[in-house]
Design a protein around this ligand. Structure first.
Ligand SMILES: Cc1cc2nc3c(=O)[nH]c(=O)nc-3n(C[C@H](O)[C@H](O)[C@H](O)COP(=O)(O)OP(=O)(O)OC[C@H]3O[C@@H](n4cnc5c(N)ncnc54)[C@H](O)[C@@H]3O)c2cc1C
Length: 333
């Protein structure tokens, strides 16, 4: 475990932006991750998974940043007592599925298949976990293909893929409590899960160490096909040199008030603002999808946040509701 002082964080994010951390520690296993957390408790560090949902300020982050690079997958029970699969999310359709994403053609139900419990350390890259498990005949995570985060980030954010939430698959989460210096286990059923919301977002002293999920002994060939088809669709419209979707979609109520039907933020930026391709410095509204802001190579966090602010205020001015950013801002803005 090496501690680096004044270390640039840009390489640890998908958008490749961000100033230095006062102290940067890259932990390569769960043991290193926990021992690092124990050594600094009760202080609360900044945790980075794969940096795919964050915009780090140009002045960086004060204090300690821990990059979680642990990667372990354990199949813990191949025949648990089955639990009814609870499907909590149905995708709000894109306004132009032929141009963006069309999940309806690849969705299928496998909830009648035998279940399996798998424990995954939080630093494990989600794409690696999906491939590793499908190769073992364990399916369920194929809907989350192409999402470039870690399992810890997926749990913290409660990611959505197609018509599914990550919480649909959760069983329990093991955390390290920085206040008490102890491990704790939280069960999915005891916590509230919403679209892109988890209990952990308002409890930064609880660091996710591993997540146990309930998957299926499903059709691995079909899962692989669906995964590849989904990746092919997403590659066309979701640029990797971004921090994911810039904004959440407007609420149904705001959408109906303005357009009489549900509209996506990408559609609003594209069709109402006509801002596809708009640039501030090196930050640009993606030509692939208007709800993504990309780094053209020279963007600063200031450029990206200025573009976010301009979009927000233009939408507020013209439609009298506020777009909520989905990107997590770290450091001073
Ligand atoms: C091209 C692209 C496509 C995307 N597609 C989707 C999509 O389809 N659906 C979707 O929901 N998201 C999507 N995202 C957003 C993003 O990938 C997810 O939110 C992902 O789960 C973030 O994980 P991460 O490891 O990168 O987290 P990071 O960005 O590193 O961190 C995000 C937050 O989680 C916290 N965190 C991370 N790990 C832990 C931990 N172990 N314990 C406590 N807190 C932790 C961090 O402190 C930070 O506040 C996309 C992003 C990109 C760039």
């Amino acid at each position: 475990m090496i501690t680096l002082k004044n270390h640039s964080l840009a390489p640890y994010t998908t958008i490749k932006i961000g100033g230095p951390a006062d102290e940067f520690i890259n932990t390569k296993s769960s043991e290193e991750f926990v021992s690092c957390l124990k050594s600094i408790a009760p202080s609360i560090p900044t945790i980075l998974g794969n940096g795919s949902n964050v915009l780090i300020s140009d002045s960086g982050i004060r204090g300690i940043v821990i990059k979680n690079s642990s990667s372990d997958i354990e199949i813990i029970d191949t025949a648990p007592i089955p639990v009814k699969f609870n499907h909590t999310y149905t995708q709000r359709n894109e306004n132009e599925p032929e141009k963006y994403l069309d999940f309806s053609k690849i969705d299928y139900d496998e909830s009648d298949k035998p279940q399996v419990l798998v424990k995954i350390s939080s630093g494990t890259p989600l794409p690696y976990a999906i491939n590793f498990l499908i190769d073992k005949g364990i399916t369920g995570l194929q809907w989350f293909a192409y999402i470039p985060g870690t399992v810890g980030g997926a749990t913290w954010y409660n990611i959505h893929g197609g018509a599914y939430h990550f919480s649909d698959y959760l069983e329990s989460i093991e955390v390290f409590n920085l206040e008490t210096g102890k491990y704790e286990t939280f069960y999915k059923k005891d916590l509230e899960w919403k679209y892109e919301k988890s209990f952990f977002q308002s409890n930064p002293h609880l660091v996710i160490i591993s997540t146990t999920i309930r998957l299926f002994k499903g059709d691995a060939d079909l899962a692989k096909q669906v995964k590849n088809a989904w990746i092919a669709q997403k590659t066309k419209v979701q640029p990797m040199n971004s921090a994911g979707s810039a904004f959440a979609n407007p609420s149904l109520e705001d959408s109906i008030k303005n357009w009489g039907e549900q509209k996506s933020t990408g559609w609003i930026i594209d069709h109402e603002l006509g801002w596809k391709g708009k640039q501030i410095g090196g930050a640009q509204i993606s030509l692939q999808h208007s709800n993504f802001i990309v780094n053209n190579g020279t963007a600063t966090a200031k450029d990206v946040s200025a573009l976010i602010e301009e979009i927000k205020s233009e939408v507020q001015k013209r439609f009298s509701f506020t777009l909520e950013p989905e990107i997590k801002f770290l450091g001073d803005f």
